[in-house]
Design a protein around this ligand. Structure first.
Ligand code: 0A1
Ligand code: ZN
Length: 883
């Protein structure tokens, strides 16, 4: 084990730092295998800290220490300090006045396969410091509440490192002997060290500019490897869109004169918001219509926005400690969701976000790693960049937005920025600002940050014809989670609307004298609460939790007829879609039971009629139309089951898909032919909508197994001018018994072998195929020359895709999937612990399966626990999963 006894860090143990660092002067002499860092710090005791002695302890992991000096004096000798694997203690430092501490050390970026600290990606040197990577570069107070002004000088070979970048503004540069040059960067803003970054390499730069609302001209630069220069246009446009949006929606202006983005091929996550120098996974920068899908285009704009928005929510105002991670992440995800909704389709974006939340975050909340949005303990902070902190955190912010309205929310965010600019603060500070600006009491609402688990709302309705009232009773209950057996009631906003039988809006009038509106927000605060609506001439159909107004599970008895009614008449785009999903979900659930009992599968015609009606209504927003025609995913269906039966889910869902294809064949063919164009791949909402709807239609039709459709998909595959169409056709070919399957896969590889991001798609498609030979294919692909276990994108595209997006084959009863995954995790543990730990997701939900699979999955987790030199990352996930 990296740590003989991995320590748990607790929120309750937080204390202010004993020392503060005011300025940091760094000099890097760059070299692949031996980079030398000289760090000159001005330090003083923190006046707000009353404890501690005369010593100063800095964090630093596996660093070769060369020298230390205080106030530019002689080097400290051995007896004056203590160096360990992960720290440096100087026994005595000046207490009364500010002092200078100079440290020199060396590191080996080439040996850094964990991609944390300073590392090498295709010959380029780059950094990743969040959360605690800076300590792998030099000794420092590596905690976000220590904020300092950084000046960074980079020295390197002119040929290997013609481009030398760091945070802030370039203030000086020049030549050095031996073909070297140097550049000095100065960041005028105080920042925690997790926002430090440097990049050195052979890169091309794409430039543009943005004029801010106060008239300042900002230079925008995107740096990529030479062959990718023609794939930056969309990222640049996205950045300009994000800058304008933040000015218009939040009144936030950019603060430096330069904004740089660098795309790197080796990156553990999506991207990183380093001040003035974002570092991105290439996946979220590079796009050309023939190489990137519409979904890629959307994600790029979303992630560019996300990192840009962090400049205010994360950088100008940062987190006091890592337990507060959702302070910056939850708020920033909310901001990027709103941005994407404004740029594309609000209805579609909300549905996509809820889909992800309900399948993946709800699973996390129901499993052994469930934790509050503000966790109270961790072993390895890298394990807490979770769906709960990010996505559920964003839902908390969204609930505030719902309850306070856009204006109230804006007042709150303005106050938050005004109060805390330049500070490192807590989630509570954020809520305090919302409270103060709006004069509301959010005491109970705060529980959303401390209580884990997904609340369940059970809804009962009672219509009293004589009194013309409808009473809605809502009971809330939150299941226990690890370490939190008992739960308190939460403050939950429940948006509700009522619809009369003819489809018209029924008035929402809470209390007999209240005024009526089309929809109201119920403030649920008790474990059981009644809400009575008045003046209802007939029993209305209830449309509840509109827009998914809270991250909860809703339990409500509904007939199939009522769901079909809502699918036709609900004016709330989310609930209309949700009704269709529930209708299909109920029917599939029935078929799952039939399949398990060996009964022949027979479709309930109500779903055919309902889908026919959707097809006839022909929505204008084609992307939304496509969502209305989609079936709930296998993972969503799995979430609904007591004991997950992957085979039954797959069979039942495929049966419904095939039956719909057979019975609505004519409609789907018309859709396909109407919307199939010779598309250039332009990313505008009409074109993306056309592609989405026709590819949905082709997906259904492909289930028919008939020759003409096979020809349609093959033709689309070979003639497509954009990746969306080419990939959609290939997916249909790969997931059905298509005679040209191997030919198409080979052709795709030949066409795209030089484009890593497209080859990732080629790996993923094969890894997620439902065809019977998939596991053998995955094994073969592991030995493919293009497979590289050191590249996280490749690992995710093969091992991640197979284990997390192919339940049918990953959970094969013979345990081969489990054993395969454990083998890879054990290998990754020593190379890249963060990626290893993320690959464990598929095993952590072992309690959700039948007892045989439980035993098999558990056995692999136990095997992982015995890994030699197990990392904190893997240890924490494996051990907590087994508890
Ligand atoms: N703050 C980044 C995500 C990020 C987190 C950790 C990383 O390395 C361990 C890298 C990136 C974001 O939210 O975009
Ligand atoms: Zn973020």
């Amino acid at each position: 084990m990296r740590d003989a006894n991995p320590q748990t860090i607790f929120l309750k143990d937080y204390s202010v730092p004993e020392y503060l660092i005011h300025t940091v002067d760094l000099t890097f002499t760059l070299n692949e295998e031996n980079t030398r860092i000289s760090s000159r710090l001005t330090v003083s005791r923190n006046p707000n800290c009353k404890t501690g002695g005369k010593s100063l302890t800095l964090a630093g992991e596996n660093l070769r220490l060369l020298r230390i000096s205080l106030n530019d004096g002689n080097d400290l000798t051995k007896g004056h300090y203590l160096q360990t694997q992960d720290s440096l203690t100087i026994y005595e430092v000046p207490q009364q006045q500010q002092f200078i501490l100079t440290i020199e050390n060396e590191i080996n970026p080439k040996a850094n396969t964990a991609l944390e600290g300073l590392y090498l990606s295709n010959g380029m040197l780059c950094t990743q410091c969040e959360a605690e990577g800076f300590r792998k570069i030099t000794y420092f107070l590596d905690r976000p509440d220590v904020m300092a002004k950084f000046t960074t000088t980079l020295i390197g070979d002119k040929d290997r490192y013609p481009v030398l970048l760091s945070n802030g503004n370039k203030i000086a540069y020049g030549d050095k002997p031996d073909n070297c040059h140097w550049v000095t960067w100065e960041d005028p803003f105080n920042k925690p060290c997790y926002l430090f970054a440097l990049v050195a390499g052979r890169l091309v730069c794409i430039e543009d500019s943005f004029k801010t609302m106060s008239g300042r001209n900002i230079s925008l630069q995107i740096y990529v490897e030479k062959e990718d220069g023609d794939k930056c246009g969309h990222a640049m446009q996205s950045l300009k869109n994000a800058m304008l949006w933040d000015e218009q929606k939040f009144g936030r202006e950019y603060d430096l004169d330069l904004y740089m983005i660098v795309a790197v091929s080796h990156f553990n996550m999506g991207a990183m918001e380093n001040k003035g120098l974002n570092i991105f996974n290439t996946k979220f920068v590079l796009a050309r219509p023939d190489t990137a899908t519409d979904a890629d285009y959307e994600h790029i704009e979303g992630v560019i926005g996300h990192e840009y928005f962090h400049n205010w929510t994360g950088n100008r105002i940062t987190c006091r400690d890592w337990f507060q991670l959702s302070l910056k992440e939850g708020f920033t995800v909310f901001r990027d969701q709103e941005f994407t909704g404004d740029r594309t389709s609000k209805a579609v974006k909300r549905i996509e976000d809820v889909n992800m939340l309900r399948t993946r975050q709800f699973a996390e909340d129901a499993g052994p790693l469930a934790h509050p949005v503000r966790p109270d303990a961790y072993i390895e902070i890298n394990n807490f960049y979770t769906l709960t902190v990010y996505e559920k955190g964003a839902e908390i912010v969204r609930m505030l937005h719902t309850m306070l309205g856009s204006e109230g929310f804006r007042k709150g965010s303005d106050l938050y920025f005004a109060r805390h600019d330049g500070q490192a603060v807590t989630c509570d500070d954020f809520i305090n600002a919302m409270e103060a600006a709006n004069g509301v009491d959010l005491t109970q609402f705060r529980r959303w940050y401390s209580q884990a688990g997904t609340p369940q709302l059970t809804v009962f309705q009672n219509y009293d014809a004589a009194a013309q009232t409808l009473t809605i009773r809502i009971c809330q209950h939150c299941p226990s989670t690890p370490g939190q057996a008992l739960k308190d009631p939460l403050h939950i906003p429940v948006t509700i609307g009522l619809i009369y039988q003819d489809g018209s809006v029924a008035p929402c009038q809470l209390g007999s004298a209240a005024h009526a509106s089309n929809e109201v927000i119920l403030q649920l605060t008790q474990s059981e609460q009644d809400f009575t609506f008045h003046h209802l001439a007939e029993r209305p159909v209830v449309s509840i939790l509109r827009g998914f107004s809270a991250p909860v599970k809703l339990i409500m008895e509904r007939s199939l007829q009522e769901l079909a009614f809502l699918l036709s008449y609900d004016s709330d785009t989310f609930n209309r879609w949700e009704a269709g999903q529930q209708l299909a979900g109920k029917i599939i659930a029935g078929l799952i039971a039939d399949w398990q009992n060996g009964k022949a599968l027979k479709i309930n015609p109500i779903i055919i009629t309902a889908y026919k009606k959707v097809l006839a209504q022909a929505e204008k927003d084609l992307s939304y139309f496509a969502l209305l025609l989609g079936l709930p995913s296998e993972s969503y269906l799995a979430e609904q089951m007591q004991v997950i039966d992957v085979e039954a889910i797959h069979e039942a869902r495929e049966f419904v898909k095939q039956t719909l294809a057979e019975q609505l064949q004519a409609e789907f063919k018309t859709l396909y032919l109407n919307y199939h164009r010779d598309e250039s791949g332009l990313f505008d909402s009409d074109a993306t909508g056309r592609r989405r709807i026709k590819n949905i239609a082709l997906g259904y039709l492909s289930k028919l197994g008939c020759q003409d459709i096979q020809q349609w998909s093959e033709r689309q595959f070979y003639t497509a001018k954009n990746m969306t169409d080419q990939l959609a056709a290939l997916a249909d070919i790969v997931n059905n018994p298509h005679p040209a399957r191997q030919q198409c896969l080979d052709s795709f590889y030949r066409q795209w072998h030089a484009d890593a991001l497209v080859i990732d798609k080629w790996f993923s498609l094969q890894a997620t195929s439902c065809m019977p030979d998939t596991f053998a294919t995955v094994q073969t692909l592991m030995t493919h020359p293009a497979f590289d276990i050191r590249n996280p994108n490749r690992v995710r595209s093969l091992i991640g895709a197979f284990s997390q997006a192919n339940p049918l084959h990953f959970h094969a009863a013979n345990s081969q999937g489990y054993k395969f995954l454990a083998d890879q995790i054990i290998l990754l543990n020593s190379l890249n612990p963060q990626v290893a730990s993320r690959m464990m997701t598929a095993l952590t939900s072992w309690r959700r399966y039948d007892s045989i699979r439980q035993t098999l999955m558990k056995a692999q987790l136990e095997r992982i626990m015995t890994t030699e030199a197990i990392s904190r990352d893997v240890y924490e996930v494996a051990s907590k999963s087994l508890l």
